[in-house]
Write a protein that binds this ligand. Structure first.
Ligand SMILES: Nc1ncnc2c1ncn2[C@@H]1O[C@H](COP(=O)(O)OP(=O)(O)OP(=O)(O)O)[C@@H](O)[C@H]1O
Ligand SMILES: [Mg+2]
Length: 453
């Protein structure tokens, strides 16, 4: 038995037990009360009946008749004269009876009185009915009945109640055990699954737990576990990539530093080596800076400060900035943007996005081709396209190019100075602007990146 089942079961049990005890207690009391009341009023009625008879004919004959009738029953009748002297009794008069008769009050109403109703303590219950003839009390009829009969009746009743109580308790326990199982089973399964997850077993499978809140909880936990799994794998891959990326420039730096410090290296060679060391250090610091930026974007500590930007002059200034570098590679950049366009962007961050895309277009295009930057508005959204006529991206690589460190051609991309972080940064920045970025490409025919804001 697990704790939660026990707790819920106990709670159910206590609640139902209390409810049942209270209702049984009241039922029991009511039954006893009405049984005793019945007995008392039956006794009183009999006494009154005898009295009626005597009022009609107060004769020796009638009195004898009444005594004889009562002698056959389990009750007893006593007739006294007005001052209390016993005139007739159907059975032997006991001391207890005399004691009860002494407690007779002065004025007994015509309907009679119950003299003793304490069936628990007294030996008899008793009633009195005055015999009134010509407005004068001629005597009293006392009725007695042994309380043993009521006591037996009640003890029988108690036994029934006990049996019913025990049976319903048993029944209740069975139902509660079953119910708590049903209620807690899915919770226990979830708790076991989470235990396994915390131990690192991320591929847990939870059975279908239904469509209610508990089922929803199970589903969320399953999703969480698989997200965690993906995240863990991503992190491992990422760390592996970082160490790999850092190792290459560091190897160069170490190797060339080692040769440069040798005595027999000529000054000219030393200069070359120092140049390489410097270049590699620049690459390293760029890499570290970009990684740091990405980490900040992940944490959301990176703030995007959007403002209304007039797009035509904004893109024009970017084009002017990059055109000289493109000219050097015999590439031409065309801007197409109508004058009336505005968008909510962070101008500095967004410039980085466009620069990264243009940088890729430059790096992966052959000389004497064309690059276009097309800005337009379609159904309230700003579309920005960067189109080149370069070598394109093979279809199988397309889904992965936004991943960190992913490059299509590792060696060539590296020789072009690529770290594979450019597009990852583009994606993060566009998404933190609330936009999307997509790529279409066909090999040798060029690549189009489209940003929708
Ligand atoms: N316009 C393009 N044409 C062809 N291939 C491209 C283009 N843009 C990106 N790629 C491919 O996608 C890869 C990832 O691009 P990304 O910008 O992330 O990295 P990178 O350019 O290699 O390095 P970095 O931008 O960090 O200097 C590139 O290595 C390249 O293979
Ligand atoms: Mg790039």
């Amino acid at each position: 038995m697990n704790k939660i089942s026990f707790k819920i079961g106990l709670l159910f049990f206590v609640a139902i037990f209390l409810l049942e005890s209270i209702s049984m207690f009241f039922l029991h009391n009511n039954i006893i009360h009405s049984r005793v009341h019945d007995e008392l009023s039956a006794l009183q009625t009999r006494g009154n009946n005898h009295r009626e008879v005597l009022q009609v004919s107060f004769h020796e004959e009638t009195i004898k008749h009444i005594a004889m009738m009562e002698a056959r029953t389990d009750s007893q009748v006593i007739l006294t004269n007005p001052n209390g002297t016993i005139y007739m009794s159907s059975n032997k008069v006991t001391d207890e009876m005399k004691k009860i008769m002494k407690s007779t009050p002065k004025n007994v109403p015509h309907a009679g009185l119950i003299l003793e109703d304490d069936w628990k303590k007294a030996t008899y219950i008793s009633s009195i009915s005055p015999v009134v003839i010509d407005n004068k009390v001629n005597g009293y009829i006392y009725m007695f009945q042994n309380t043993l009969k009521i006591k037996n009746l009640i003890s029988e009743l108690n036994q029934h109640f006990l049996l019913a109580g025990v049976l319903s308790l048993l029944f209740m326990m069975i139902i509660i055990t079953f119910l708590t199982r049903v209620v807690t089973h899915p919770l226990i399964q979830i708790s076991e699954a989470t235990k396994r997850i915390s131990k690192g077993e991320l591929s847990v499978s939870l059975p279908k737990l239904g469509k209610d809140e508990i089922g929803g909880l199970g589903e969320s936990i399953r999703v969480l576990a698989s997200d965690l799994d993906i995240l863990k794998n991503e992190r491992n891959e990422f760390l592996a990539s970082i160490s790999h990326e850092l190792r290459t420039p560091l190897t160069y730096i170490k190797g060339y530093a080692d040769i440069a410090r040798r005595q027999d290296t000529s000054d000219a060679d030393k200069d070359t080596y120092l140049g390489i060391i410097f270049e590699e250090s620049v690459k390293l610091s760029k890499l570290v800076k970009e990684l740091f930026n990405l980490a900040k974007m992940d944490e959301n500590t990176f703030s995007i400060e959007k403002e209304e930007v007039h797009l035509q002059p904004y893109f024009q200034s970017i084009v002017e900035k990059v055109s000289p570098a493109l000219k050097e590679h015999h590439l031409e950049l065309f801007l197409e943007c109508s004058a009336g366009l505005y968008a909510q962007i962070d101008p500095i961050r967004f410039e980085q996005v466009i620069l990264n895309l243009l940088d890729n277009a430059r790096k992966y295009s052959e000389p004497f081709t064309k690059i276009s930057l097309i800005v337009s508005e379609e159904s309230g959204k700003t579309h920005i396209k960067v189109i080149d006529q370069g070598r394109g991206i093979p279809e199988e690589d397309l889904p992965r190019i936004f991943e960190r460190f992913y490059r299509v051609d590792k060696s060539r991309a590296r020789s072009l100075g690529g770290t594979g972080l450019g597009l990852a940064i583009v994606k993060q920045l566009v998404e933190s602007h609330g936009g999307t970025v997509a790529v279409t490409s066909s090999k040798y025919a060029g690549t189009t990146f489209e940003i929708v804001l």
